[in-house]
Design a protein around this ligand. Sequence first.
Ligand SMILES: Cc1cc2nc3c(=O)[nH]c(=O)nc-3n(C[C@H](O)[C@H](O)[C@H](O)COP(=O)(O)OP(=O)(O)OC[C@H]3O[C@@H](n4cnc5c(N)ncnc54)[C@H](O)[C@@H]3O)c2cc1C
Length: 387
Amino acid sequence: MKMNQYDLLIVGAGFAGAVVARKVAEKGKKVLIVEKRQQIGGNMYEKFEENGVRIHLYGPHIFHTNNEKVFEFLKQFSEFYPYEHKVIGKIDGKLVPIPFNFTSLEMLFEKEKADKIKTILKEHYPELEKISILDLIKHENPLIKEFGEYVFEKVFVHYTAKQWGIPVEEVDKSVINRVPVVLGYDDRYFKDSIQYMPKEGFTKLFENMLNHENIDIVLNKNITEIIELDFENKKVKIEGEIFEKPIIFTGAVDELLNYKYGRLPYRSLDLVFENYHKTYFQPNSVVNYPNEEKFTRITEFKYLTNQEIEGETTILKEYPLKYDANNKKCLDPYYPIINEENIKMYNNYKEEINKFHNIHLVGRLAEYKYYNMDAVIEKALEMSEKI
Ligand SMILES: Cc1cc2nc3c(=O)[nH]c(=O)nc-3n(C[C@H](O)[C@H](O)[C@H](O)COP(=O)(O)OP(=O)(O)OC[C@H]3O[C@@H](n4cnc5c(N)ncnc54)[C@H](O)[C@@H]3O)c2cc1C
């Protein structure tokens, strides 16, 4: 690799890396992307199964945002179709809307009681469209509290324990608040004003985004094989040569620093794909299993990809587990486990990286944050201006 021909080095070809690459390349700068996987797209990568179904290899990904700038940017690389995501969950043997809403309430409670609960909720929250379950379970009104405790038990307690491997009380409140209780009949999973999916999928979108004469990509290369951080002189070396141009790093900081403060903990998923010779497996794109089953949800991809394939379908079951690099069942670190101790460990890593003026950390791994893709794209657009 002749590094001196490049104005920018990017580590990782997910959204964080690819967006910066494209923006900077358009300004006439030469960009090199180094990606450790054998393909581009990061966790957005999609591929076709033999039966023709397009699957999301790293779990189902749905685009939704309120940020028009992000959507305008993406529309340059793909056509999009409107897609409003809806989820149903198996509760007491019935498939009801999740987030829990008035339809779920009517399906699971006797009519008289359901009407009472709806009335009292409307009286207490006339202006609100949704509310946190944590507010309901500590409400002073006994009926609201009872309703809150029911939903908490059936939708949150066991699901959260499965997903995070710890009791619900120990999970950060922000995680619980990601799924509200809806005070009405809106059954969309996301409330964002922009909800679309790329017509030919995310991999194609990435191919178009990275197809630029100023962008070179090296796949199957872990940056740790060629990077050296010289702490004494505060210089970065690539293949033994000092590299002083900007570096956008979107991988895991603990890996970059050889885990000197320990491994940053993550939850992961054992993703089990199954093919069936039938047109549909289930009545909805995603069915959540908050209670008895070991998996948390089943996704049927054809609903997400808008494909009509007669007699064939592919589903995905997600079994949460602790991330362990030596366990082949967890493909990757997925969800950072946010608590005081882990944030402290992350900050130690960040402090070390900050000693190098030209390394910039962007993205879910590099920043140790749960980021939706639109937030990562927004961050990457900002970074491309900054550098
Ligand atoms: C299961 C799951 C479902 C999700 N669903 C949604 C959703 O529905 N909607 C939504 O908006 N967001 C969703 N997200 C979040 C979304 O995946 C992320 O916001 C987005 O993929 C982050 O992009 P990124 O570039 O930061 O990271 P990534 O996509 O992980 O890209 C990082 C890239 O860097 C490469 N890399 C890492 N280390 C190195 C190294 N040492 N050397 C070279 N290359 C390296 C990796 O191989 C990877 O390709 C979901 C996340 C998960 C885990």
